[in-house]
Write a protein that binds this ligand. Structure first.
Ligand code: PMV
Length: 360
């Protein structure tokens, strides 16, 4: 079994003076949710997600060898402009991965990052952002250690991304990704995400995700705080068990194409995530009135039109509207006619399943 030790860089003679890479990494949307973690970003339960295609972060890493090696040194730019308030998060990330990537202290880094989705859209950029940075770091490591296998490259990239932001490990490779040890998923691990390698029913290829931007404000509770509240949560153990069961169930659903069961699991997972928030101490509500309006409209539309559209939620008020590609036209018409009015400034983003990070 792979352990943390396998990801420690073993020094070798190769040197690299300076260079530059650019990677894009997408966001992802969980179908079975990760909520609750142990030390070192180990998930309390396994999760599975669709990788997105359009919503992504693009990060350019420039590096140049420096004399002193006693601390990290980096500039951080957002859309080409220095962004001091992002620096502490990156500093913390570099410290967390120091053991695994000791060579980083030999370089001055310039990290220039941008997102394809609007700034403060309420779409978390931590998953795509941490994944894009992890990919760049692995490009550097690969230059220092050219014998590295492709499998190791992506596994360690996901491992590093996880240390930045848990769900980021699901944004590295694959269109459907499992993160967290699950007895029925071969190779699954708490340390990194693995592409779901079973055959996927055609109904799930090109699955569509239209993200309705209900509330673009700052989240009142960060996901770090939310995860921590699961530690003392009265329903935690039962919830973690349920996630294992839902992952087993969705595994066969994805293989067999049972869309009604898919809808049931995905919507139940979204509501359970928010139910956990509402029943922790302190309790909180991230859904807005318009979130509920949209959910009710989706249920009515699905019942009346017999079109298999469903919703899921992240840790926020925005609604992800999921549907198979063959009903996209009707679904977009429904969104324009009935849901846009509930979005802030009428904004929504059309996305679909993608394949993970890409070197540019
Ligand atoms: O990766 P984090 O720590 O921001 O947590 C994300 C948790 C959810 O988005 C709510 C669920 C998930 O599995 O992505």
């Amino acid at each position: 079994m792979i352990s943390e030790k396998d990801f420690i860089f073993s020094p070798n003679a190769l040197d690299k003076k300076e260079g530059s890479y650019t990677w894009s990494a997408p966001s992802n949307i969980a179908l079975v949710k990760y909520w609750g973690k142990k030390e070192n970003q180990i998930p309390a339960n396994p999760s599975i997600s669709f990788t997105l295609n359009t919503c992504k972060t693009i990060t350019k890493l420039d590096f140049i060898r420096k004399e002193s090696q006693d601390s990290f040194s980096f500039d951080l730019l957002f859309e080409g402009q220095p962004k001091e308030d992002f620096k502490p998060k990156i500093q913390k990330f570099l410290e967390r991965i120091e053991n695994y990537c000791p060579y980083l202290k030999n370089y001055h880094l310039k990290i220039d990052t941008k997102n394809t989705f609007p700034h403060s859209s309420g779409i978390a950029s931590s998953a795509s952002g941490m994944a894009a940075l992890a990919m760049n770091i692995m490009s550097l490591e690969k230059d220092l250690n050219p014998h590295m296998t492709e499998n190791y490259f992506y596994q360690k990239a996901s491992f590093l991304a996880r240390l930045g932001s848990g769900s980021a490990c699901r944004s590295v490779k694959g269109n459907i990704v499992v993160w967290g040890k699950h007895e029925e998923i071969v190779g699954s691990s708490d340390l990194f995400g693995v592409a779901f390698s079973n055959d996927i029913h055609p109904i799930f290829t090109n699955y569509q995700d239209t993200i309705l931007l209900v509330d673009k404000g700052e989240k009142q509770v960060s996901s770090t705080v939310g995860h921590d509240l699961m530690n003392q949560h009265p329903f935690a153990e039962r919830r973690f068990l349920q996630a294992h069961h839902n992952l087993s169930a969705i595994k066969s659903v994805l293989e067999q194409g049972d869309i009604n069961r898919f809808i049931e699991i995905v919507e139940s997972e979204a509501l359970t995530l928010h139910a956990m928030m509402m029943t922790s101490l302190p309790y909180f509500i991230l859904m807005k009135p318009n979130t509920l309006e949209i959910i009710n409209k989706i249920w009515k539309f699905r019942n009346e039109m017999k079109i298999p559209v469903c919703f899921t939620l992240d840790a926020g008020a925005n609604v992800h509207v999921l549907c198979p590609e063959n009903v996209l036209v009707e679904t977009l018409q429904f969104i324009k006619n009935e849901l846009v009015g509930y979005c802030q400034n009428g904004q929504y983003i059309c996305d679909q399943i993608g394949f993970g990070s890409q070197k540019l």
